[in-house]
Design a protein around this ligand. Structure first.
Ligand SMILES: [Zn+2]
Length: 63
């Protein structure tokens, strides 16, 4: 999945954040996390302006 910075029109680079233990997940409700209806998240950084965008890897779980 390729992301482009809307300000600089440059290709954004995937970024990792350090989390100790399990990977960070999000869901509409915490009960959906328990049912595995959530999503892991990915971070992208613009190498010019430094803006960081966060994307759900499984947006369909929020449909
Ligand atoms: Zn930028």
């Amino acid at each position: 999945m390729e992301k482009t910075c809307t300000k600089c029109n440059l290709k954004m680079k995937p970024a990792k954040i350090m989390s100790f233990g399990a990977s960070i997940k999000i869901a509409e409700k915490s009960s959906k996390l328990l049912d595995n209806k959530g999503s892991s998240i990915s971070f992208y950084v613009c190498p010019k302006c430094g803006i960081v965008e966060i994307y759900a890897d499984k947006p369909e779980n929020f449909a």
